[in-house]
Design a binder for this molecule. Structure first.
Ligand SMILES: O=P(O)(O)OC[C@H]1O[C@H](O[C@H]2O[C@H](CO)[C@@H](O)[C@H](O)[C@H]2O)[C@H](O)[C@@H](O)[C@@H]1O
Length: 296
């Protein structure tokens, strides 16, 4: 089975493991439904922190090397694999390629819902509305807003990521990331409100982005579109909480998986299953593939 996918598949076969068991009744029912009728299941995944290990420089983030092969195999077994991410879809596709060359774009039928559901990538084509007007003004204002804090120690290393239709203020490389977040939270919220944008807090980041849609809306819409009969969603950050809520609100048997980290506690509290970061997510996906393949 794995050898069909690529050479990487041989390595994956060696790491397949028993399927981790959910700790909640709802999660157990969700997993059972996925295994009973995988062809009716939708598997949703966040990108950063879930498929891609967290690194200091967002431009250096790359998908876990074993993830594409696992997802290619999984994509053949389930109704759909969907990536729901804060990244622009183009970045998720670019950073979603593993060193061997296999990437997210090789996953059969993959859909990427980017920028919290505003953009869509499917069949190598991108659909996206124009950016909200406020983004241009926020782009102009942000450097001065950060610089106004002068020579405070935390200012150095604060970095603004321009995502076209959103701007993300990153503090991971600041001398004091938490202090930076605390100082920036209020002025960024005021700036977002002034220009009609939404504030999205995340792991060492505060984003100013398009309002009106979140990962929960994106996932619910996709489940309806595909007439899903069961769902799994895996995420690691605050922006994934609406997708966890959507798993419950869908009324489908569902499994909410937390890609665990020391940085975000609340997601683990709301999850049916906690795994150990992106490596744990890949192991879970590999175990799903091998379990489904053993019992077609
Ligand atoms: O929804 P996601 O796929 O999880 O994307 C959320 C944001 O992820 C990126 O930032 C995060 O990952 C970086 C690389 O590991 C890390 O340096 C940063 O601290 C994290 O917040 C990305 O840069 C953002 O644009 C995404 O919206």
């Amino acid at each position: 089975m794995w050898d069909e996918v690529s050479g990487i598949g041989v390595r994956l076969a060696n790491m397949s493991m028993p399927l981790p068991q959910p700790t909640t009744e709802a999660g157990a029912a969700g997993l059972a439904a996925i295994l009973t009728a995988p062809e009716a299941a939708v598997i949703g995944l966040d990108f950063d922190g879930t498929l891609s290990p967290i690194v200091a420089d967002p431009a250096a983030a790359r998908i876990h090397p074993d993830a594409p092969a696992v997802l290619v195999a999984l994509g053949r077994l389930v109704r759909a694999v969907v990536i729901v991410t804060g990244r622009p879809v183009a970045s998720a596709i670019e950073y979603g390629t593993a060193p061997g060359g296999l990437g997210l774009s090789d996953v059969p039928g993959l859909v990427v819902l980017g920028q919290y559901g505003v953009e869509r990538w499917e069949n190598h084509a991108v659909t996206a509305p124009p950016p909200p007007q406020g983004v241009a003004l926020v782009r102009q204002a942000l450097p001065a807003l950060v610089a106004a804090f002068g020579d405070r120690a935390w200012v150095k290393g604060v970095w603004i990521e321009d995502k076209g239709r959103a701007l993300a203020v990153h503090t991971r490389r600041s001398a004091d990331p938490q202090e930076a977040l605390a100082a920036l939270r209020e002025p960024l919220a005021e700036l977002a409100e002034e220009h009609g944008l939404a504030v999205e807090p995340g792991r060492m980041v505060i984003e100013l982005r398009s309002p009106g849609v979140d990962k929960g809306d994106a996932l619910l819409g996709f489940l309806a579109e595909r007439s899903a009969k069961s769902v799994m969603f895996a995420g690691d950050d605050l922006g994934d909480l609406p997708a966890f809520a959507a798993v419950r609100a869908s009324g489908l048997p569902g499994l909410a998986v937390c890609s665990g980290s020391a940085e975000v506690g609340v997601l683990a509290e709301r999850a049916d299953l906690v795994v150990d970061g992106p490596a744990g997510v890949v192991k879970l996906l590999a175990a799903l593939v091998s379990t489904i393949s053993r019992h077609p």
